[in-house]
Design a protein around this ligand. Structure first.
Ligand code: HEC
Length: 129
């Protein structure tokens, strides 16, 4: 009887492990589907599409756009839809521009690296996340 229970326990743990692996892969595939989508499939207008190029070039290596999973920095999914940034500051143009221009902890400053137009395009794209 004891042996039977132990075996059942092990089977249950195995199923749980398999379930967790499946859920994790689904989440990964989910955000990768968004990444592969074209600008049109994401419903981006011209400015947001230009912003996406800036993001892919300057932000993507540290921030996942379609996930809250952390990379070098926090995932930015839903950035403007939440009231606060990961640091607790309000999520608005002013604060987000400050973070981009001044940098923050391990995040580099983009002061002088983006034109005003590129910054505006980038903010327009961030609002779609
Ligand atoms: C080299 C990696 C790196 C790059 C490139 C980078 N970031 Fe970050 N970012 C970080 C890290 C690390 C943090 C967390 C900073 C902290 O500890 O508060 C962060 C934080 C943030 C935050 C949250 C700030 C807060 O107050 O919580 C935003 C928004 C952000 N980054 C946007 C961007 C954008 C937009 C770009 C592209 C222009 C970018 N980042 C490029 C590493 C990076």
């Amino acid at each position: 009887m004891q042996l039977l229970l132990r075996r059942r326990g092990r089977a249950l743990t195995q199923w749980l492990a398999i379930g967790m692996i499946l859920a994790a892969s689904a989440a990964l595939i989910g955000c990768h589907v968004e990444l592969r989508k074209t600008d049109a499939q994401l419903g981006l207008n011209a400015q947001q599409s230009r912003g996406r190029r800036v993001y892919d070039q300057d932000c993507y290596r540290c921030h996942e756009p379609y996930s809250t999973r952390g990379k070098e920095g926090p995932g930015l999914e839903g950035l403007y839809k939440k009231q606060y940034l990961p640091s607790g500051m309000p999520a608005n143009d002013e604060r987000i521009t400050d973070v981009i221009i001044m940098g923050k902890a391990k995040m580099p400053s983009f002061n002088g690296k983006l034109t005003e137009q590129q910054l505006q395009d980038l903010l327009a794209y961030l609002k779609t996340l």
